[in-house]
Design a protein around this ligand. Structure first.
Ligand SMILES: [Zn+2]
Length: 124
């Protein structure tokens, strides 16, 4: 393992713990019996809470997946290389975004492609 990746890996492992504890803190909201009592307002607000919880969770689960994937790639010695152009990803970028899978230019290119209404990718 490259020396620089050692610190990144321990950051990723810490991050993983934080995300995991966030996910388990929110778990009690999953109980389903409160919807059977109370008036419609309560039901509406608890349904909304549920939705918000779900959104938070799915964001955290995405993050957890990205973090675990990065740890795995470090272990496999498959880390720090752009998944698109296979150039090494700058260490500064990895320190800022340890789960980054793409180098900055590939990432920017993908983000530009995703943004609707941009004209400079005109297809003739
Ligand atoms: Zn790249």
């Amino acid at each position: 393992m490259r020396e620089e990746f050692r610190a990144i890996k321990s950051n990723l492992q810490k991050r993983r713990q934080v995300v995991l504890s966030k996910i388990s803190e929110e778990a009690p909201l999953q109980g389903g019996d409160d919807i059977t009592r109370g008036d419609s307002l309560d039901i509406a607000s608890s349904a909304r809470d549920r939705e918000i919880t779900f959104m938070l969770k799915s964001r955290e689960l995405d993050e957890l997946r990205a973090v675990e994937d990065a740890i795995e790639r470090i272990d496999r010695d498959d880390y720090g290389v752009c998944a698109s152009c296979e150039d090494p990803i700058e260490i500064k970028r990895l320190e800022a975004i340890p789960w980054a899978r793409f180098c900055r230019s590939c990432q920017e290119e993908m983000e530009n492609r995703k943004t609707p209404g941009r004209m400079h990718f005109d297809v003739s």
